[in-house]
Design a protein around this ligand. Sequence first.
Ligand SMILES: Cc1cc2nc3c(=O)[nH]c(=O)nc-3n(C[C@H](O)[C@H](O)[C@H](O)COP(=O)(O)OP(=O)(O)OC[C@H]3O[C@@H](n4cnc5c(N)ncnc54)[C@H](O)[C@@H]3O)c2cc1C
Length: 419
Amino acid sequence: MIPRLNFKNQQKSKSEVSIFLEELTKTAFSGEIRSDFGSRLITSTDNSIYQILPQAVVFPRISEDLVHLFKLANQEEFRTITFSPRGGGTGTNGQSLSTGIIVDCSKYMNQILELNLEAGWVRVQPGVVLDQLNAYLKPYGVFFAPTVAPSNRATIGGMINTDACGKGSRIYGRTSNHILELAWVLSNGTVGNSHTINKTTLAELKQHSGRLGKIYRQVEEIVSSKWELIEQTFPKIPRFMTGYNLAKVYSPAENNFNLNWILAGSEGTLAFISEAKLKLTPIPKYKQLLVIHYSCFDHALKAAQTLLELQPEAIETIDEKILELAKQDEIYEYVKEFIADAQVINLVEFAVDDLEDFQQKISKICHLIESKKNQPQQATGYYLAKNGEEAASLWELRKKGVGLLENKKGKRKPIAFIE
Ligand SMILES: Cc1cc2nc3c(=O)[nH]c(=O)nc-3n(C[C@H](O)[C@H](O)[C@H](O)COP(=O)(O)OP(=O)(O)OC[C@H]3O[C@@H](n4cnc5c(N)ncnc54)[C@H](O)[C@@H]3O)c2cc1C
């Protein structure tokens, strides 16, 4: 959202923040410190309806900067100052906004640190953008599988903290399914890292003095004592992402405990992620995108249930509202032939390694659509994308969905505010 400029009486930073920033310059903090109105204004919005002006923005360069920052913040006189990590600022719920200090890791902490193809992982800083990571990995035939529509801006830190997932989540799951290890800094400057551990290691970690030991003791106590309640309450659906994912932290049966399940999706409320070791997935050999046409939304939704049985990588419905709005957008020129006169479409993508099996599957669906096309409630036609370019344009249409709604002309505009 474009920031409004009339933040009355807020253009000057509060004095405690000014003192804090002054003190920060005296530490070994090597990052950038900004309290000018312009920098604050830029970080006062994300993709939500909220606009909150922070007091300052800091840009750490290295993990140690976070330690210096939070050690200082932990001093008694600065305890009232709040901090919010920020990545690409594409969050749709104002998660990265704060009246305190924004800690933006997208500017400098955006390096890919290490790749281990044999072991199947990559180690990155949190400010690495998803498209940047996948462009780097592509020549090696692997990718980071979870995705989000604004993949050219969203960072790994933001994806971890929203447990993001998008197209392909049916097969690949969410970001938390692809985290091997996280390094983090707590609000008092304590550093730690988390990965799957067994009961013996957990018992050792619980003995630690200070905040680390307390965290392990407390989390284990909660998940053990409330195990039944957690089992009953947490929905067993793949895209659930509300609150801390306590259901996954501890598995007594498998003898493993992993804090990453609650760090993922914690929206920066538990720790600042300073590094992530992520699982790599082989890029599927073949992909094919099928555009199925419908005359109404309900028919497209109903058909999705049957289409799911064919195990597509992704299936997304684009309704009449978005298709109508797309007509005023440049993307329409690229996709209009594939949509023809459909009111609603289902984009169905398959990703496989076995070409023969794949071709059989596709021709079976096309044949089915063709044979039923004049029957009530059935698809009215289909288009099979001929190449990656056509498929990319169609997915671009899907990615533009939220933006198209927001650009609707006139006074009445849909506002996205619940995710
Ligand atoms: C058009 C559009 C479509 C979208 N589609 C999807 C989608 O398909 N699926 C989906 O899941 N989301 C989607 N989103 C939401 C958003 O893109 C994701 O939530 C994304 O993961 C946010 O990444 P970011 O880098 O922009 O994070 P930000 O918005 O900057 O931050 C998100 C949260 O992460 C925290 N955070 C960031 N970095 C760190 C760090 N290093 N340590 C600790 N906390 C940190 C922030 O404090 C905040 O709570 C969409 C957004 C837009 C605008």
